[in-house]
Write a protein that binds this ligand. Structure first.
Ligand code: TXA
Ligand code: MG
Length: 332
């Protein structure tokens, strides 16, 4: 089975392409589409067979729940058993946008979507193609990132095809995504809201709206049962072995080059070592996030065996990027 690729203009998505993609979703097929964070792999969230195909295509473990995407906040009424005031406030402030809210689920959501749990993660994405598709499909769309499980998330249609060509019906190609890393996941199903995955909306931005939240400690992720199963330590990993270093990494890179290891290097700012594939990274956190996955994909394409990454500063605005880098570098 070949995967159909339709190029769509993000400023005015062609209605014909959107309606074809929506039709496939309603038939229970899988369609990858761009969001403002990364590409998602969509299926009708109310059709458990369709959602099962997501898990199969990704090789995703059944214990990891998927996020449900909707076109507007009104649609959550059918999906959530409870919609707390904090959710209303956050949706008003950040939707459409890269924030996933975890709330108690409505009975009609199939168990496979929530990995058997009693909560569901919901978001309204801020991308014209995603919104057009959600409106046209008329069903909530379950969509994890459109990559094979544990691999680097896709920020371009080519990245989607690299892992999923032949396994899914269609990709809507809306060019590179701008956010570059996944949405923030916030659990509102318990008394004190808890940050499950740092992302493009920071904990501080959330706290400005709803007051103090609990941040997940690093060691909390990784052991089962997981508060958010997607927080498995090894994740977002390229083929090459990744090392994060606290200095620029120059010495480590020189040493590897001298030992004839084919090495990719991601220093912050311009730098150069002959013989290494150098990809200078931005020194501003959002710009860095936007470039992170495409750089990891590019270094894999270049065929390097090792990737040396300069660790960004331990400051709040870098939390999400450091989280992804730590997982990319993990062997567990
Ligand atoms: O930006 C994004 O969030 C992208 C785009 C496509 O929307 N999606 C995405 O999905 O990153 P995925 O499946 O790769 O990651 C979803 C994360 C996982 O860490 C998962 O464990 C968590 O959200 N999650 C989903 N539903 C949950 C729930 N009910 N309770 C706790 N965690 C949940
Ligand atoms: Mg993912």
């Amino acid at each position: 089975m070949n995967t159909e690729v339709l190029i769509v203009d993000i400023n005015s998505p062609d209605p014909g392409s959107i309606s074809r993609a929506a039709e496939l979703l309603r038939q229970g097929r899988l369609v990858a589409f761009p969001t403002e964070t990364v590409y998602g792999l969509g299926a009708n969230a109310l059709d458990s067979d369709a959602v099962a195909r997501i898990f199969e295509a990704k090789g995703r473990p059944a214990f990891n729940p998927v996020i449900v995407h909707v076109a507007d906040v009104d649609a959550v009424k059918q999906l959530a058993a409870e919609w707390p005031d904090t959710a209303t406030q956050l949706a008003e402030r950040f939707w459409p946008g890269p924030l996933t809210l975890v709330v108690k689920k409505a009975a009609r959501i199939p168990d496979i979507v929530t990995a058997g749990g009693l909560t569901v993660g919901i978001r309204v994405p801020a991308h014209p193609v995603a919104l057009a598709l959600l409106k046209e499909a008329g069903v909530p769309v379950a969509a994890p990132s459109a990559n094979r499980s544990t691999e680097v998330s896709p920020t371009r249609a080519e990245h989607v095809l690299k892992g999923l060509d032949g396994r899914i019906a269609m990709v809507l190609d809306g060019g590179p995504t701008t956010g570059g890393i996944e949405s923030t996941v916030l659990d509102l199903s318990r008394e004190i809201p808890r940050l499950l995955r740092p992302g493009l909306i920071s904990a501080e931005q959330i706290e400005e709206v709803i007051g103090p939240i609990v941040r997940l400690k690093e060691r909390e992720s990784g052991d089962s049962p997981l508060p958010s199963p997607g927080l498995m330590r090894r994740h977002y990993s390229p083929q090459a072995k990744v090392e994060m270093v606290v200095d620029s990494g120059r010495q480590r890179v020189e040493e590897l080059v001298a030992n004839r290891v084919s090495v990719g290097w991601m220093p912050m700012g311009h730098n150069h070592v002959p013989g290494a594939e150098t990809r200078p990274m931005p020194s501003e956190a959002h710009a860095y996030a936007a470039q992170l996955y495409s750089t990891l994909h590019a270094l894999d394409e270049a065929g390097v065996n090792r990737i040396i990454i300069q660790r960004p500063p331990n400051e709040p605005e870098w939390l999400a990027v450091i989280d992804r880098l730590t997982r990319a570098a993990s062997d567990e």
